[in-house]
Design a protein around this ligand. Structure first.
Ligand SMILES: Nc1nc2c(c(=O)[nH]1)N[C@H]1C(S)=C(S)[C@@H](COP(=O)(O)OP(=O)(O)OC[C@H]3O[C@@H](n4cnc5c(N)ncnc54)[C@H](O)[C@@H]3O)O[C@H]1N2
Ligand code: MOO
Ligand code: MG
Length: 638
């Protein structure tokens, strides 16, 4: 078998399709047998993470397959049963209904192998193919038949899984070992393609063209153009919530709480006066009283209160024992003062007093052990104040992702450098680093990388080693110096999830992940055009970063806005930069476009506080009329 150096054993699901097993009238022997052989070290060495028994019902089979492909993202799903000629045998039909691509070669290998054993094999009707990154294979229902058929396809499984995972390094190794073991020559030498099968992979472009030969570059992008919604979902699905850590409250501004925080002590911790006045015994009622002593904020009462007396008190001071109400100074009059007038000796209480009046009992604001902040709360000024109020100094929060930013391009120079002919100042790095800082993310400035494999790879590697998320700009389109995607895949062995999005600006936005045992790092290769870079930062990067740092709702806030003038629609869905302004009686703000929306024009972002969500033009509708109401995503201060 081929190299085993894949990062994770193939994740496998085994679906037993049988009315009788489902009803419990027959024991399922094929499913457990398949599990054992799938997990054999000398075989696939897979990990069977899902097993299920369903009836011979189209909907049950389909639901299980869709769930395992789309939600569980299994590498391989083996079904056993329901592939024959009986009326209730519907496994191939239910499977075909969920497949995106059929793989008849697998069915053929099973048939060819099985026919050597029994002519009845011709009555088996397996469906095989892929849905998203999962491979589904129908095996017969019998224990013996399912094992034999599995063994016929086993030699191709690891390679197929690697291709579906987009694991380039492994793909090459496995492909080489498989083809050489069969004595066939390596196509890479003659065709310049190390892995000809890459043409077949829907989400994997052929990145193995010789990048030194510009004439041979692809003339159309090998990356499928996916919708904004799909791209967004992919990014959000891949962004991991980072592990919690405990940090000092003084450093916690902007973080999200990883668990509930309870009050260790009540607030107020003692019965506190709400007014400046006199602590009284309410049952004494109104009338003249001797002033016994005082109780000032920050000090303990000097004495207990006894009937016929009052104790002078200030707001926030502890109410002395014996007192059960406070009368504000305005409801009293002075009857007798000390010589020189330093203290009051006797006062007249002018009002009837209710028990408890103007006293905050212990724990009135915050009872002891009450949950004062819930997991998921964002620690803003008031939340941090609340923590301080109950004496909490350290809090469990989700870690914030560290973000590295790199600009790429031979034409770029630093704003403080002399700008030679043919060069421009790098503005993207400043924009992005500032946006990150504005949102409180720790960032790493990786400088400018040249448009060469060496410079890009060294910079990307260094960025990935230091950060949880890397943002690059430039080099992702069709030019011969647009080497970013190539370097990501070949040099970094990143899994590129998409390389083009049906969206303006930001069409070549590229998203990849770099996985290891302990982490999943995200790589956003944003377009070089300055407006495209910052718009796609808001559309993709910011929500992902927010998810990583624990936001329950990481998406940009969406509101309705009225367009202030007619807008020409683009063939692509477009996010135009606008300034939202509310007139004095407007419920819906007016959205004014910030001038020309060319992707190169960073000025279109200046003063913008929202992105207007515009649908693509259709044959019938090419324009949005002034006054139309559309969605707007908030990106700035309102
Ligand atoms: N043949 C095609 N060409 C282009 C396509 C296409 O589909 N087919 N897409 C266009 C679109 S849309 C965009 S967006 C850009 C994206 O370009 P890249 O990501 O490859 O970026 P570069 O080529 O490196 O630069 C584009 C543009 O931006 C300027 N730039 C780059 N970095 C910075 C920076 N840090 N600060 C300021 N300005 C920067 C650069 O000088 C270029 O003018 O591709 C289209 N082409
Ligand atoms: O998609 Mo590009 O970002 O139009 O300029
Ligand atoms: Mg380019």
């Amino acid at each position: 078998m081929a190299s085993r150096a894949v990062e994770r054993p193939p994740q496998v699901g085994i679906l037993t399709v049988s009315d009788r097993c489902y009803l419990g009238t027959q024991e399922d022997s094929s499913g457990p047998n398949l599990k054992a052989i799938v997990e054999q070290e000398q075989g696939l060495a897979g990990q069977v993470v899902k097993t299920k028994i369903v009836a011979d019902e189209h909907s049950q089979i389909q639901d299980a397959l869709i769930n395992w492909c789309d939600e569980e993202k299994l590498d391989l799903i083996l079904t056993t049963g329901g592939t024959g000629f009986a009326t209730r045998d519907v496994t191939p039909e239910a499977t075909k209904a969920v497949l995106e691509k059929e793989a008849p070669g697998l069915a053929l290998s099973m048939l060819m192998g099985s026919l050597q054993i029994t002519p009845l094999a011709m009555l088996s009707r397996p469906a095989c193919g892929t849905r998203r990154n999962s491979l589904i294979i129908n095996l017969p229902g019998s224990k013996k038949g399912s094992q034999e058929c599995y063994e016929f396809v086993l030699p191709g499984l690891r390679h197929a899984i690697q291709l579906l995972r987009g694991d380039n390094k492994e793909v090459e190794a496995t492909h080489k070992s498989m083809t050489s073991s069969q004595g066939s020559h390596d196509h890479s030498a003659s065709h310049g393609h190390k892995c000809p099968h890459h043409h077949d992979i829907p989400d994997m472009p052929d990145h193995h063209h010789d990048i030194s030969k510009v004439a041979r570059r692809p003339r159309s992008s090998p990356y499928p153009m996916i919708s904004f919604e799909d791209a967004y979902s992919l990014v959000m699905a891949k962004a991991p919530v980072l592990a919690p850590e405990s940090i000092k409250c003084k450093d916690a501004l902007g973080y999200i709480l990883a668990s509930d925080v309870t009050a260790k002590q009540p607030l107020p911790p003692f019965r506190a006066s709400i007014k400046d006045g006199y602590a009284v015994i309410s049952s004494d009622g109104p009338g003249p009283r001797r002033v016994l002593s005082d109780s000032l904020a920050g000090q303990l009462p000097k004495s207990e209160l006894i009937p016929g007396y009052v104790i002078r008190i200030t707001t926030g001071a502890p109410v002395p024992d014996g007192a059960d109400a406070v009368v504000e100074v305005e409801q009293t009059e002075l009857l007798k003062e000390s010589d020189g007038g330093e203290i009051e000796l006797e006062v007249n209480i002018l009002q009837a007093v209710k028990p408890g009046q103007d006293i905050r009992p212990i724990g009135l604001d915050i009872p002891k052990d009450q949950v004062i902040l819930k997991q998921g709360a964002r620690l803003g000024p008031s939340e941090l104040g609340l923590l301080a109020a109950v004496g909490v100094t350290c809090v469990p929060v989700y870690q914030m992702p560290k973000v590295a930013v790199v600009s790429t391009g031979n034409e770029l120079c630093e704003p403080h450098e002399e700008c030679k002919k043919g060069h421009i100042f790098d503005s993207n790095r400043t924009t992005l680093l500032s946006a990150l800082r504005d949102h409180g993310f720790p960032c790493i400035d990786m400088g400018i990388a040249k448009d060469t494999e060496e410079s890009l790879q060294a910079t990307l590697k260094s960025a990935i080693s230091q950060a949880d998320v890397v943002i690059s700009t430039g080099g992702v389109s069709m030019g011969e110096k647009d080497l970013l995607k190539y370097c990501l895949m070949v040099g970094i062995h990143a899994k590129v999830h998409f390389g083009r999005v049906f969206l303006k600006p930001g069409k070549p936005t590229t998203f990849a992940t770099i996985s290891s045992e302990s982490s999943q790092k995200l790589f956003f290769a944003l377009p070089g055009n300055p407006a495209s870079a910052i718009v796609t930062f808001h559309l993709f990067v910011l929500p992902a970063l927010r998810k990583m740092m624990g936001y329950a709702q990481p998406n940009l806030t969406k509101i309705k806005a009225k367009v202030a003038s007619d807008i020409k629609l683009d063939p692509r869905p477009e996010f135009q930069r606008v300034k939202l302004v509310w007139g004095s009686s407007d419920l819906v703000p007016m959205a004014t476009i910030t001038g020309s929306q060319m992707s190169s024009r960073l000025l279109s972002m200046s003063d913008a506080n929202a992105l207007l969500v515009l649908p693509p033009q259709t044959d019938g509708v090419k324009e949005l009329k002034k006054g139309s109401v559309v969605d707007a995503l908030i990106i700035g201060r309102i």
